[in-house]
Design a binder for this molecule. Structure first.
Ligand code: STR
Length: 518
């Protein structure tokens, strides 16, 4: 029996040795990691005192790099936050470890907006979330990419915008075009989501204008109530406004949803709601438990919140970029001139630009890219959350830590961009000015990884069509005697420019022939 005992002892010894080595290795890998530099923090209020500043958050976080390096942490109340300011770290968070960092924090304001995270943008990472994203992606794809339908929808709205501009030009009035821009951008999304459109002045549209601004002003701004949730118990004007706006929005969404449900038919797919309803019915008819609509959470609430997201994201973001683009065009008349010359040369003077012209108008494309670089719509993206203990470079990141990718820092990084504060579309062109290039990887206006913007393709189509149509017919400037619009934005869930007025001057070379459907 001795040999049995001997064998037993040696096997146990080797197994023990293996376990010990693995354990040591694991502990070493955790121990090898460093703690991140951290802003001073006090109990209860965290690092709030170090964050009091005249600068807006994205600018302040960029500045704090000088003292703490490109990645550092701070405390917001009791939550640890990591700020990432450099491309290599952003890449690790969004791409290399995208799934680990795919979580979203729950905050009071986003919970009000999204019925406790039942949407895509602010919803936490889960099977339901993945399923939603997949069907919305599919539906957008169906109406998007190269589809003649979407092109027609956008061109019709571009024509409407140009007619309004023409009227203003004829009466020689300068105007704030925000309501008109909002109207045409809303109509594109409305056509996609609800198969309907509005005109400026329509009461439903006017209420939309109001509630959207109310939501943008109050949601996800790291307001105090998001840092200290117990503040909800006290009267709070912002939270009250948000709740009012959300309730107006929800009534409108509910109405559209009920209309679609009543008209639903399996072989009718007019818009996004039809596509979502169809996916829901499909899941309901599918009997496997893991595919049922309940287990995937495809409730009416989820569908409504998803549509609310697409609606809000589609309108606020595109409208904001268009406003920034017009501001930079006013500041840089030579850029307008070069875009117009490029269009005159490539398209002639009697044909409207089409999506298929994108490849032949590189200077316009470069200008759009530069606008998205210099004034990213979402300078801090939406915060991510680490779903398990992990690391960034050799820094420890504990499960539950919030991570903010400071896109502003990436887009204004002096090591990546020459004169980052300078508006220069040429940086996106080759030396002959004939083709587009990627001058730096430190550029991600739509985010990256599994939470990358769902509307990227749609946004690019809209920006191209709207700007090319406007610039083919008009030259934009500030009203005579007035300074050009401010370049400083107002930080919030989107980086909004201040209000400004524009004078539109018709281009004499443009034939005002009737719009021919594209
Ligand atoms: C705008 C206002 C509104 O009515 C609804 C929403 C929900 C989706 C939000 C959107 C907002 C602002 C821009 C967001 C978008 C989701 C993705 C997008 C935050 C608050 C960006 O990441 C820029």
């Amino acid at each position: 029996m001795d040999w049995v005992l001997c064998l037993y002892l040696s096997v146990s010894f080797f197994i023990g040795l293996i376990i010990l080595t693995l354990n040591l290795k694991f502990r070493k890998s955790m121990h090898g990691l460093q703690e991140l530099p951290c802003l001073p923090s006090l109990p209860f209020i965290g690092s709030l005192l170090s964050l009091i500043s005249e600068h807006q958050p994205h600018v302040l976080f960029k500045k704090l790099q000088e003292k703490y390096g490109p990645i550092y942490s701070l405390m917001m109340g009791s939550n640890r936050l990591i700020i990432v300011n450099q491309y290599s770290h952003a890449k690790e968070v969004l791409l290399k470890k995208g799934k680990i960092f795919a979580g979203r924090p729950r905050t009071v304001t986003t919970d009000v907006l999204t019925r406790d995270g039942k949407d895509i943008a602010f919803g936490d990472y889960s099977a339901t979330w993945k399923f939603h994203r997949k069907i919305v992606h599919g539906a957008l794809h169906m109406f998007g990419h190269g589809s003649a339908l979407i092109e027609k929808i956008i061109c019709t709205q571009a024509d409407l915008l140009c007619s309004i501009m023409q009227e203003k030009a004829a009466s020689e009035q300068s105007a704030d075009f925000s309501p008109e821009l909002m109207c045409v951008v809303t109509n594109v999304i409305c056509s996609l989501c609800f198969n309907s459109t509005y005109s400026v002045g329509d009461p439903e549209f006017e209420s939309m204008l109001q509630y959207s601004q109310g939501i943008v002003d109050t949601v996800a701004k790291d307001s105090l109530v998001d840092i200290f949730p117990w503040l909800q118990a006290f009267p709070n004007a912002d939270l009250r406004l948000l709740k009012q706006c959300v309730s107006v929005r929800d009534k409108l969404l509910q109405k559209k949803y009920e209309e679609h449900k009543a008209e639903y038919s399996d072989n009718l797919q007019r818009d996004l709601i039809d596509a979502l309803l169809r996916a829901k019915r499909h899941a309901e008819n599918n009997n496997t438990p893991e595919m049922s609509s309940e287990s995937l959470g495809l409730s009416d609430d989820h569908i409504l919140m998803t549509v609310g997201d697409i609606f809000g994201a589609g309108v606020e973001t595109t409208m904001t970029v268009l406003k920034w683009a017009i501001i930079y065009l006013i500041h840089n008349p030579e850029v307008q001139k070069r875009i117009q010359e490029e269009m005159d040369r490539k398209l002639g003077k009697e044909r409207h630009p089409l999506l298929s012209d994108r490849g032949s108008l590189p200077y316009l494309e470069a200008t759009i890219r530069e606008v998205l670089r210099i004034r990213p719509v979402s300078p801090l993206l939406i915060p991510h959350v680490a779903l398990q203990d992990t690391s960034i470079e050799n820094f420890k990141v504990r499960k539950g830590t919030r991570v903010i990718v400071n896109l502003w820092s990436l887009h204004h990084d002096e090591n990546e961009w020459k004169d980052p504060e300078l508006f220069d579309p040429g940086r996106f062109l080759n030396s002959e000015g004939t083709g587009l290039i990627n001058p730096s990887s430190s550029y991600m206006p739509f985010g990256a990884g599994i939470r990358v913007c769902l509307g990227e393709a749609l946004a690019k189509m809209e920006l191209f069509i709207f700007l090319s149509w406007i610039l083919q017919r008009f030259t934009l400037s500030s009203p005579p005697g007035q300074p050009p619009p401010l370049l400083e934005g107002r930080f919030g869930v989107v980086l909004q420019p201040a209000k400004y007025r524009v004078t539109v001057i018709p281009r004499s070379s443009w034939m005002t022939n009737e719009y021919q459907a594209c």
